[in-house]
Design a protein around this ligand. Structure first.
Ligand SMILES: *Cc1c(COP(=O)(O)O)cnc(C)c1O
Length: 439
């Protein structure tokens, strides 16, 4: 934290901090929503459209390299679905009447790496690979990119390195995609990373460096080491615009899915979206894209563990990456490994200032209750982090009914979309352990 900021002074200015410190679940509503113009100088929607095009170019390669994507023609995408039984389960936990339609966005089921990181992480690897191949006159934009699966390309990419710092899932995405293309990949893993994720990467020939400290340290070390090697591209989860663009493509795809399902989003039929937030890139990119498409008719909320509310803290105080949850005395210890981040991305926080409706916190015990419920009711397995999204409607209907009034929204007509962010790579043994967990 910057030397001149005192926690006592912040506590006076932001009384909600006291609740954060005492690990109460809170809902923070963003008063800056709609106030400042979006930062077009920092990031333009053009980059999202380019990302969509690039992913289309790569689809023929993805299809041959990952046969599980044949049905989706090499496009890495997940479904939306209704979860009626979960809707009742959520309703039972709301003090006010839960109203509206409930949908699940199934990113726990994304092909290749089984989490939302299959959007941003894989996209940045493909973008770098394309740049290298084009610069070296090995590839043309008009080519059939299935060529990239040939040995000669594998040998070419093998001269280059990729590095990333991760709590687990970003490492999986970069490692699986990078290794498939032929890159030498190093993943700097924080202490939260689950053993099976490290093992899976090592089996794929990825170098895994383990740290006894948290995510911020793993990223910092990775960034430092990568800077020493000009042949190494560092995928910077805290600052990368390519990652952000890759995540944002999800919004274009969701628009089509909602349209195809005859779900209207307009002033009378608002869309509420709840996303689990770690450093911010995944939920931030998706939110940026959705705001561009739906404007005032979409309402975006981020969920974070009570021990790791870094985005809430950074955005509410306006200090972004200058303050960490440790400054409040929080541990950043959570079973939601994908969300175990103590310091939020400043780039994302700034981008979210005019966009985000709010942030809420959720207890780890809820994540496991929700995991069991959705498993028993709908036979869907989502990893702990993803359940931070399930708490969104509960937080809003219990603490934020004023939000509907302020925004002149009738909850009866709303669609609530829970963005499930991870799960299908979790091995059976680990699933059973999670599902049996006493909470
Ligand atoms: C990484 C991750 C998130 C959050 O994404 P950030 O970009 O870190 O905010 C949420 N859920 C899961 C399962 C993740 O792996």
């Amino acid at each position: 934290m910057a030397e001149n900021i005192s926690v006592n002074k912040l506590l006076q200015e932001f009384p909600l901090l006291e609740d954060l410190q005492s690990l109460k679940t809170v809902l923070w509503l963003n008063e800056n929503k709609g106030k400042n113009p979006a930062l077009e100088a920092e990031f333009s929607f053009k980059e999202v459209l380019e990302a969509e095009q690039r992913l289309n170019r790569f689809s023929s390669y993805i299809r041959v390299a990952f046969p599980e994507t044949v049905a989706s023609k090499g496009i890495i995408e997940s479904n939306i679905r209704e979860i009626p039984a979960m809707s009742k389960w959520i309703e039972a936990r709301c003090n006010s009447n839960f109203a509206g339609k409930l949908l699940l966005k199934c990113d726990h089921d994304l092909p290749i790496s089984g989490s939302i990181k299959a959007r941003g992480g894989i996209y940045e690897v493909l973008k770098y690979a394309e740049e290298l191949a084009i610069e070296n006159n090995l590839l043309d934009y008009q080519d059939d990119y299935a060529r990239l699966n040939e040995d000669s390309f594998h040998q070419f990419f093998n001269r280059y390195k990729l590095a990333v710092g991760s709590t687990g899932n970003l490492g999986l995405s970069i490692g699986i995609m990078g290794a498939k293309l032929g890159f030498q990949v190093t993943v700097h893993m924080s202490s939260d990373a689950k053993a099976w994720k490290k093992q899976l990467l090592r089996e794929k020939g990825v170098e895994v460096i383990e740290y006894s400290s948290d995510y911020s340290k793993a990223v910092e070390e990775g960034r430092k080491q990568a800077a020493l090697n000009p042949m190494c591209h560092f995928i910077d989860d805290e600052n990368s615009k390519a990652l952000f663009a890759g995540y944002a493509v999800a919004a274009l795809r969701l628009k089509k899915q909602l349209h195809d399902a005859n779900i209207i989003v307009d002033a009378d039929h608002p869309l509420f979206v709840y996303l689990p937030c770690g450093v911010g890139g995944g939920p931030g990119g998706v939110s940026y894209g959705l705001k561009k498409i739906y404007g005032d008719n979409v309402h975006l909320f981020f969920g974070e563990p009570t021990e790791s509310p870094c985005m809430l803290l950074g955005m509410m105080t306006g200090l972004h990456d200058e303050i960490s949850v440790a400054d409040l005395g929080l541990t950043n210890q959570t079973e939601a490994d994908g969300l175990a981040v103590g310091r939020a991305s400043k780039f994302v926080g700034k981008m979210m200032e005019p966009i985000l409706s709010g942030c809420y916190t959720v207890e780890d015990s809820f994540l496991f209750k929700s995991m069991r419920a959705i498993w028993e009711e709908e036979q869907i397995f989502m990893e702990p982090s993803a359940h931070a999204a399930v708490f969104g409607p509960i937080a809003l209907f219990n603490e934020g009914m004023s939000y509907f009034e302020q925004n002149i929204v009738n909850p009866e007509n709303a669609t609530h979309l829970i963005w499930s962010t991870g799960g299908n790579m979790v091995p059976e043994e680990q699933r059973q352990e999670f599902l049996k967990k006493k909470v």
